[in-house]
Ligand binder design. Structure first.
Ligand code: FES
Length: 97
């Protein structure tokens, strides 16, 4: 991992988030990060359970943390990528679902 990357995205890969669509979300994140030209600034990692299973699937972004809950692939560009493009994400925010 490069220390020069500005953002680390931790996508929960544990049971509840996997059952709630984690694989499709991972594909959308990879695709949208590349489409936005943010590959060099972003690292996408799997995480263990983030203890918010009722809000699966969960994504946490650092710096922040900025938390996305019940994130859907269709929302990745609008919610996640737009926040990364805007610079430092606001702390501890999430998606209203
Ligand atoms: S399984 Fe993802 S938050 Fe618990």
């Amino acid at each position: 991992m490069s220390d020069e990357r500005r953002y680390r995205l931790y996508l929960c890969a544990a049971m509840h988030c996997s059952a709630a669509g984690r694989a499709a979300l991972h594909r959308a994140l990879v695709q949208q990060i590349a489409a936005a030209g943010l590959d060099d600034a972003t690292e996408l990692r799997d995480s263990g359970c983030q203890n918010r299973c009722e809000d699966a699937p969960n994504l946490t972004v650092w710096p922040g943390p900025m938390r996305f809950r019940r994130l859907r692939p269709a929302d990745v560009a609008r919610l996640v990528i737009d926040q990364l493009r805007s610079g430092m994400p606001p702390p501890d925010s999430g998606t209203p679902h």
